[in-house]
Design a protein around this ligand. Structure first.
Ligand SMILES: [Zn+2]
Length: 489
């Protein structure tokens, strides 16, 4: 009796790129044991050292979360479909809805501009006035924030806040449709405000040119009715989640990776939050970011537009939102699925006896910096070396063995001369290729920006190879400071 198990994109490298595999077993636990015997490399991604299923991996039987069935003892048959859903690096009226008499009136120009909304029974003049009164905050003006802010502005949301601190990079233009080639090098928020105000001068675009932090998040989020989470890293995701729960603001969540998207609405009254779904973040480096793993340019367009749709429904108070459901979108096979989510009564932030009552240190909680701090000129930490040091050692012809743990496609784009490529995922079974012994040169490990190589250095140390150092800032820092002739990606 074989049951089908759907494998998400981030885990497919460990199943020979198969999207679905079959395994034998009477319960979910037996199936997962069989699965990880058939695909041994999958095991550390699903199970912790204590043999328990990792908390950032959720398992569903059909559309039910096994945590609310019989966990790993949940029985399965060959008619069931089991899904593995790991976390990846974005109703009722949203808040106390104003009475109709308190809503702002529409001008004649606005009646004309929004006429396609006004003639819909679900929106109408009342709904459009609710949009005009609404304040929506987009956290991040990147891949998800771009389409979300464009559609929310076009739809006539009265106040649109944007939080970001980046400048437009040429590699953003493949998906961040808010920006033009002429914006490269410009502050994202300055470019975004110009574009959005041009699209709809009636919308008050408020820019918060800063990183969202535990110090400023509550103050910023309190000013808004609905949050659209377009963060690209785990610390900011947990920060946005907790701040939304603590301030009682619903959060239209979206996330993207390669061809896969997720969307939901968290923090709505009675509904689950992101921590109910993923109580803990994955360890640093286990789940690649879009900068490391790539993303189809259209994907954030679709997911960000879904987030804008949910925000609008929350404001108008129509339809059925994604509260209590997780939408999974697979662009490669063009499928949409929804899984049921429940509020966890033991959730540390939205549960019945919450233990988190104020914002915490999210970088520490996730073990990674929120912003791409890699590449700063700070002193190297223990076990790290700098690009200047590597350059000096190469110039002096000192013995050094450079290990590149990126993927072959990245190696084709650019490489440090003399480096050897062993992708991080292949490292455990290719340790014999690493020079070892008393006469072995020091090893310098690098990836794109330093996260994967830090993991590789730890992995080498676990196998007794202790003369390896992580190249701080990775090849991007090498390009920035040593060889600007190489292409950045
Ligand atoms: Zn929760």
């Amino acid at each position: 009796m074989a049951t089908r198990i759907l494998i998400p994109t981030p885990l497919r490298p460990f199943t020979g790129q198969q999207r679905a595999v079959s395994a034998e077993g009477r319960t979910v636990g037996e199936l997962l044991q069989q699965l990880t015997m058939d695909h041994v490399e999958l095991r550390p991604h699903l199970f912790g050292p204590d043999g328990r299923l990792r908390s950032f991996v959720n398992v569903y039987v059909n559309d039910e979360d096994i945590r609310y069935l019989q966990r790993e003892g949940t029985p399965v048959t060959d008619r069931d479909t089991v899904s593995i859903v790991p976390s990846v690096a974005g109703g009722a009226p949203a808040t106390a809805a104003p009475a109709a008499s308190e809503l702002p009136a529409l001008t004649n120009e606005e009646v004309q501009r929004y006429s396609r909304h006004l003639i819909m029974p679900e929106v109408g003049v009342d709904g459009q006035r609710r949009l005009k009164a609404a304040r929506v905050l987009c956290v991040g003006a990147g891949g998800l924030g771009a389409p979300a802010s464009l559609y929310l502005t076009a739809a006539g949301v009265g106040t649109l806040g944007l939080v970001d601190f980046d400048v437009v990079d040429v590699s953003n233009l493949q998906r961040q449709v808010l920006y033009s080639t002429s914006d490269v090098g410009r502050s994202k928020l300055a470019a975004a405000r110009a574009r959005l105000t041009g699209l709809n001068p009636g919308v008050n675009v408020v820019v918060h040119e800063a990183a969202l932090t535990s110090a400023n998040a509550l103050g910023i989020i309190r000013e808004y009715d609905v949050v659209v989470d377009g963060a690209d890293n785990f610390p900011t995701r947990y920060l946005v989640n907790d701040a939304c729960v603590l301030t009682g603001k619903p959060n239209a969540y979206g996330s993207i990776f390669r061809f896969d998207g997720q969307a939901s609405v968290f923090g709505a009254p009675g509904g689950p939050c992101y921590r109910c779904l993923y109580p803990e973040p994955p360890p640093p480096g286990l789940v690649p970011s879009c900068a490391e793993g790539g993303v189809l340019g259209v994907l954030p367009g679709i997911v960000g537009t879904i987030q804008a749709t949910e925000a609008i429904k929350l404001i108008i108070g129509v339809g059925e939102t994604l509260v209590g459901r997780l939408l999974l979108f697979d662009a490669l096979h063009m499928t949409f699925r929804t899984l049921k989510l429940q509020r966890d009564p033991d959730c540390p932030v939205c549960g019945d006896s919450p233990t988190i009552r104020e914002l915490i240190d999210y970088e520490q909680f996730c073990g990674v910096p929120a912003a791409s701090a890699a590449g700063s000129a700070a002193q190297p930490g223990e076990g790290e070396t700098t690009v200047e040091d590597l350059r000096a050692r190469l110039d002096a012809k000192a013995p050094v063995w450079i290990l590149d743990v990126r993927e072959p496609r990245e190696f084709e784009i650019c490489r440090i001369p003399g480096s050897t490529l062993i992708p991080l995922g292949e490292l455990p079974k290719r340790l014999a290729e690493i020079p070892q012994g008393a006469a072995a040169p020091e090893i310098v490990v690098h990836c794109k920006s330093g996260a994967r190589s830090a993991k590789a250095v730890r992995l080498l140390a676990e196998h007794g190879i202790t003369n390896a150092k992580n190249l701080k800032g990775g090849i991007l820092e090498w390009i920035n400071r040593i060889d600007p002739s190489l292409p950045r990606y």
